[in-house]
Design a protein around this ligand. Structure first.
Ligand code: TYM
Length: 329
């Protein structure tokens, strides 16, 4: 069975962009592939954060993954810092990665702008650790949202450079995109992202979801109720593609283009569908939280399973790069 790896940061709020861009796709893949999913806590410390809140953020993220259906019977779920081989391999990859490649990464440039006071080495090195996450398991496929495609391409470059220098060791992993790989935020301007304050949280209660949708920006062409719109320019329509059934999609698409329906009706349909899909997940989160030991047990055994694979690959890497001592002849 081919192997899949993907990761998510414990950012403090998992939003519907993460869900439809990545997590929901991860769930669909567990029957066809051997899947390894990771809460990447070491990536999350590349920006300022509240130390006292980190553990809760890690546990909440892992709990959401489980509640979405990524149970230990179906895949491995674990926390990145519990398997130190990730950071060990990242160091070796640092030594085959040109700095120029890292400086031209879009995410680095954006984050460097957002965090002018703290442009640290970790921020620049972020994609190298990401490459190590993937390649320490020799994963062939990486299901992510569109914003991560460039990082996975760099991962392929790193694999190629390592193989060329030290001999064939790593595959060149391919991206798997979901059907909704880029969800815009409620501001209609930027990608949905916690740092932009434009998110709908996976754990938001129904009233909050509706309030955020009700006030969300729609197609700029529909200034007045009877102005026809362009669904392809509307973030609400993009969310419909992720949450609504084909007949509803056709109804809102036509209704928007002909101004037969208003934005509020369109948003009501979306809100109902979104809430219907999220409520069972929220209920499972509550149930997991009631058995507080359960999530710890899942993460401990997930890390054990992941570490067993990672340690073997690390042994191979140490041998290939010439640092492993051979028995004296
Ligand atoms: P993170 O936590 O920022 O995002 C997790 C996943 O959610 C996707 N995503 C989106 N998809 C669609 N629309 C959006 N608005 C949206 N926002 C986020 C991301 O593309 C991602 O798939 N760097 C990774 C974490 C990572 C990783 C890895 C991923 C670390 N190591 C190894 C794959 C393989 C990230 O973006 O996390």
């Amino acid at each position: 069975m081919e192997r899949i790896f993907s990761g998510i940061q414990p950012s403090g709020e998992i939003h519907i962009g993460n869900y439809v861009g990545a997590i929901r796709n991860w769930v669909r893949l567990v029957d066809q592939y051997e899947c390894i999913y990771c809460v990447v806590d070491y990536h999350a410390i590349t920006v300022e954060y509240e130390v006292a809140l980190m553990q809760r953020r890690i546990l909440e993220t892992a709990t959401i993954l489980l509640a979405c259906g990524l149970t230990p019977e179906k895949c491995i779920v674990f926390v990145q810092s519990h398997v130190p081989e990730h950071t060990e391999l990242a160091w070796i990859f640092n030594c085959v990665t040109p700095i120029g490649e890292l400086e031209r990464m879009t995410q680095f440039k954006e984050k460097a702008k957002q965090h002018r006071q703290n442009i640290n080495m970790g921020l620049l090195d972020y994609p190298v650790l990401q490459a190590a996450d993937i390649l320490i398991y020799k994963a062939g496929y990486v299901p992510v949202g569109e914003d991560q495609v460039q990082h996975v391409e760099l991962c392929r470059d790193i694999a190629r450079k390592f193989n060329a220098r030290f001999g064939l060791t790593f595959p060149e992993p391919q991206v798997l995109l979901s059907a909704a790989p880029r969800i815009l935020g409620t501001d209609g301007q930027a990608k949905m992202s916690k740092s932009m304050n434009n998110t709908i949280g996976l754990l938001d209660p129904p009233s909050v979801i509706w309030e955020k949708l009700r006030t969300a920006v729609t197609c700029p062409h529909r200034e007045k109720r009877y102005d026809p719109g362009h669904p392809e320019h509307c973030n609400i329509y993009t969310m419909h593609t992720a949450f609504s059934k084909p007949d509803q999609l056709e109804y809102v698409e036509k209704g928007c283009r002909t101004a037969a329906i208003g934005c509020i009706e369109c948003k009501e349909i979306l809100s109902k569908n979104m809430i219907e899909e999220l409520i069972p997940i929220q209920d499972r989160v509550k149930a997991i939280n009631e058995k507080s030991h359960y999530i710890h047990e899942v993460l401990t055994s997930g890390a054990d399973r992941a570490r067993a694979i990672a340690q073997k690959v690390m042994e191979e890497v140490r041998t290939k790069i010439g640092v492993k001592f051979r028995p004296q002849e």
